[in-house]
Design a protein around this ligand. Structure first.
Ligand code: GAP
Length: 548
């Protein structure tokens, strides 16, 4: 696909999501909240189907995995132990020219002697930025196409403006050691701490009142001292919305293992909402502030983690591919050493080829014994496992007590929903009712993921056909199959509507149904119709869903 086709695929999926009721902008009538989305009538079904399929394959179909549903708000000490309260507190910087906001610790770091060309999007922007820099810093950089030139790093703490052919700087500015990632600008604001976790207060205490009293009493303190005092007051009742579902599985390790008498290796799975105050929200629901995760912590014997990491990487990859039209768009990527999170000794990303290129869908990490050790250290609980059958490798004696290692497949449910919508979106040229060529948009969702499994359509709204259709819909409901009665508009329009909703099967009740008790089933992908006995419709659909 070309770049244009790719960006238009994203636009088409966003537009169809709204029109057909998959995804709406949050609070749209109030101008929308950029970082949040609402899942509409079809979206909520699709999201649940994805999550239910995950639960089925990870928990119900496995003897070695159990599930939990923990609270979103946990004890604040959980986040101290996990490192989120420290680690999620990122240094943020603004570029004073482009206004780009970025993480200082991830920015490019030109070295002394390096040129610092500012890289604009086009010539027009280069002209604007040149004027801005002249006005603000009183230097006129040289324009070369979309680049602004003349700056160079002098040493670790300064960069200079050098006129053409000169070795002595005409002006010197303080240098941070890095430049902005997109525009490569060294003109930057101060660093500010930014916490990716959403903070709230628990309990009846009015924190604002306490802070006001504190400020009134401590008028002599300087800014730093005041801040420290206020932080103390806030932290007494501070709670956080979880930024990942994973930590509850570590915190409840002992309760789960003991209550269910689990033997290692075993896993604890959880799915649900997570919240991150993301610096950049991007690509529709790909990165949002509120999203859903499907995570599993698999506890293994130390030394076996490499083998289990590969097993879970392959299992998870097969799962994603099993519902896709284009399995070749999935790949995995091994993390380089400098990319690994502080708790991991190895990690694979399962990636999908989104319209903007390959990017993360799920991480499968080998988290070592880091988390259990940290929670044991902070809580005082003994988060270990005793294996009576094994010899302790250190003492050679029977019975081995150890802290299990952990393999974690951590997937995004809402990100998975975007992947399956992109994968399912198809446009085809097909003949219309008059035999002319027309465009058909069809959402080829896997039948088990499709929000509506079967639409039942009476050809006309009379002659007893609606009654037959409604009875059939009720039979589907009784069998647990999400069916939809639909009598609005012509039959052709109804087929197209359900193609766009991703409904794999349409059953039509027509005059012949009354005569000989037969109905037609239309297949969404092939558009082929077959006539079968009305009485067999439920079994046929059940069988097709099972075998899909
Ligand atoms: N417990 C490990 C963990 O949370 P992660 O890579 O930060 O790892 C796992 O998150 C998955 O959750 C990602 O692969 C992605 O699919 C999803 N995810 C993370 N942040 C997200 C966000 N802001 N919006 C949507 N999905 C997100």
């Amino acid at each position: 696909m070309t770049e244009n086709q790719n960006s238009s695929l994203m636009e088409k999926v966003i537009s169809l999501s709204k029109q057909r009721g998959f995804i709406f902008q949050s609070s749209e009538i109030y101008g929308g909240l950029k970082s949040a989305y609402d899942y509409g009538p079809l979206g909520v079904e699709l999201k649940r189907n994805i999550m239910n399929e995950w639960w089925r394959s990870m928990v119900h179909e496995r003897e070695d995995v159990i599930g939990i549903d923990a609270s979103i708000i946990m004890h604040s000490k959980v986040w101290q132990a996990s490192g989120h309260l420290g680690g999620f507190s990122d240094p943020l910087v603004d570029c004073l020219i482009s206004k780009e906001r970025f993480r200082a610790d991830k920015a490019p770091t030109p070295k002394p002697g390096d040129e610092l060309p500012i890289r604009c999007t086009d010539k027009g922007q280069a002209k604007d930025f040149q004027q801005l820099i002249l006005k603000r810093f009183n230097i006129e950089l040289k324009r070369e196409g979309k680049f602004l030139k003349g700056l160079r790093v002098i040493d670790d703490s300064s960069f200079g403006f050098f006129c053409e052919g000169q070795n002595k700087p005409a002006e010197v500015f303080p240098y941070r050691g890095y430049v902005s990632p997109t525009f490569r600008s060294p003109f930057l604001s101060d660093e500010r701490k930014f916490n990716l976790m959403f903070r709230s207060q628990i309990g009846p205490v009015d924190v604002i009142e306490d802070i006001t009293k504190y400020i009134e009493k401590n008028k002599d303190l300087n800014r730093k001292e005041l801040r420290k005092g206020i932080e103390n007051i806030v932290s007494n009742s501070a709670v956080y919305l979880r930024p990942e579902t994973a930590q509850a599985m570590f915190v409840q390790f002992l309760n789960c293992q003991q209550s269910m008498s689990m033997k290692i290796p075993f896993g604890i799975a959880q799915m649900g909402k997570s919240f991150r105050n993301e610096i950049t929200v991007e690509h529709f629901i790909f990165r949002s502030c509120e999203f859903e995760q499907m995570e599993m912590e698999y506890f293994v014997e130390p030394g076996t983690q490499k083998e289990w990491l590969k097993r879970w990487r392959d299992t998870r990859m097969e799962w994603w591919k099993s519902f896709a039209n284009c399995p070749e768009k999935f790949r995995y990527r091994s993390h380089k050493k400098d990319e690994l999170a502080h708790y991991a000794d190895a990690c694979y990303d399962i990636e999908y080829e989104y319209p903007w290129g390959f990017d993360e869908l799920e991480g499968v990490a080998s988290r070592t014994d880091y988390d259990l050790n940290k929670h044991a250290e902070h809580s005082g609980a003994k988060l270990s496992y005793f294996d009576q059958q094994k010899q302790d490798p250190k003492t050679g004696k029977n019975g081995w007590r150890y802290t299990p290692y952990v393999i974690e497949p951590a997937a995004g449910a809402t990100r998975g929903l975007l992947v399956y919508l992109l994968d399912a979106y198809h446009e085809e040229i097909v003949p219309d009712a008059d035999g002319n060529e027309s465009k058909r948009v069809v959402i080829k969702l896997h039948p088990r993921l499709a929000p509506i499994k079967v639409a039942v359509l009476p050809l006309v709204k009379k002659d007893g056909l609606p009654e037959i259709a409604r009875e059939m819909v009720n039979n589907f409901f009784k069998a647990g199959i999400n069916a939809r009665y639909d009598e609005q508009h012509s039959i052709g329009k109804r087929y197209r509507r359900h193609d766009e909703a991703g409904t794999p099967y349409c059953i039509t009740i027509d005059g012949q149904t009354r005569e000989d008790g037969t109905i037609t089933i239309r297949n969404r992908d092939t558009m082929e119709q077959e006539r079968i006995a009305q009485d067999g419709a439920l079994q046929v659909i059940q069988k097709r869903l099972l075998e899909a």
